[in-house]
Design a protein around this ligand. Structure first.
Ligand code: ADE
Length: 301
């Protein structure tokens, strides 16, 4: 068996001790990275996905990586397109852990296709997963727990800022989630709910996405259009999600944070030389976790 991933974080190790989170799509890609960092920080996490086999296998591995004694990981099957399944996900989480502090709506999916070839069934499936699924999870988290107790929600959207040619269905759904985020931030503010979104650039490399699209090389074509002249990684998304969930983000709500190194601003007219002056951050580390001074930096300095 492969050695467990060594996980660190810029955040202090017990930042989320006593907190409970649901992460949809938490077994793979960006969702898995979010789950791993939350666990490192002492959170109790319920991950959910439609595909139970993949989810169980991933949960088993992540359990071996847990280093924080307060962290707990549970998993359950949930099709976020189905209202009853979402109700069950939220009620089971509250039953198991006694509360619900955080909801991370990461579960989603799409397929590449020119708009003119998308059949109604495929269009509806993508809208139902990415928009309706997110709405249902927010609504149930609010109605079952957060309306009385407050809470923090983070929605993962996409790089749809200049349209999304070749994926118009998901572009439309994710732009709608950006707008939903704003509506809910206002409607639920006086119940103590903050809600924000994170928009990963198309230049974020994840093994899961590379496998879904059939080739790891598909990402490399993005590099010339990224001002950092490199791909991003999933840890660069999870750290932003953890920031939005932490108490020092207490005055941020209704916002969508683009994590794309400025790619959505860049049209190529200004020449950017190849460089490596914006190095990648990762909490994956070779260092043992001896964070004696509790500064989030593990290893000897
Ligand atoms: N990930 C992709 N599609 C999903 C769905 N329908 N439910 C939960 N997770 C998903």
């Amino acid at each position: 068996m492969a050695a467990p991933t060594r996980i660190s974080s810029v955040f202090r190790p017990n930042l989320f001790k006593g907190k409970v989170a649901i992460v949809t799509g938490g077994g793979t890609g960006i969702g898995k990275a979010i789950t791993q960092e939350l666990l490192y920080l002492g959170c109790q996490v319920m991950i959910a996905s439609r595909k139970m086999d993949r989810l169980s296998a991933s949960a088993k591995v992540m359990e071996t990586e847990i280093s924080n004694p307060y962290a707990k990981l549970e998993h359950m099957q949930c099709n976020i397109r189905q209202e009853d399944a979402v109700k069950n996900l939220v009620s089971t989480t509250i039953k198991k852990f006694g509360k619900l502090d955080f909801l991370v709506n990461n579960g989603g999916g799409q397929f590449p296709s020119p708009a003119s070839d998308i059949r109604l069934k495929g269009w509806n499936a993508v809208i139902e997963t990415n928009l309706t699924g997110t709405f249902l999870c927010c609504k149930e988290a609010y109605n079952q727990w957060m309306s009385e107790n407050g809470g923090i929600i983070v929605n993962i959207v996409a790089d749809m800022w200049r349209g999304f040619p070749g994926m118009s269905h998901t572009g439309a759904a994710r732009a709608a989630v950006d707008n939903l985020t704003k509506s809910l931030a206002i409607e639920w503010a006086d119940h103590g709910v903050r809600i924000n979104s994170v928009a990963p650039g198309s230049s974020i490399y994840s093994e899961t996405a590379a496998m879904n699209y059939g080739s790891p090389d598909i990402f490399n074509g993005n590099i010339p259009y990224v001002p950092a002249k490199r791909l991003g990684n999933v840890e660069e998304i999870s750290s932003v999600v953890c920031f939005l969930l932490n108490p020092s983000a207490s005055f941020i709500s209704g916002e969508t944070v683009k994590v794309d190194a400025g790619g959505s601003l860049y049209n190529g007219a200004w020449e950017i030389q190849d460089h490596n002056k914006i190095p990648a951050y990762s909490w994956k580390t070779d260092q043992p976790d001896n964070d004696d001074d509790n500064d989030g930096q593990s290893g000897t300095k």
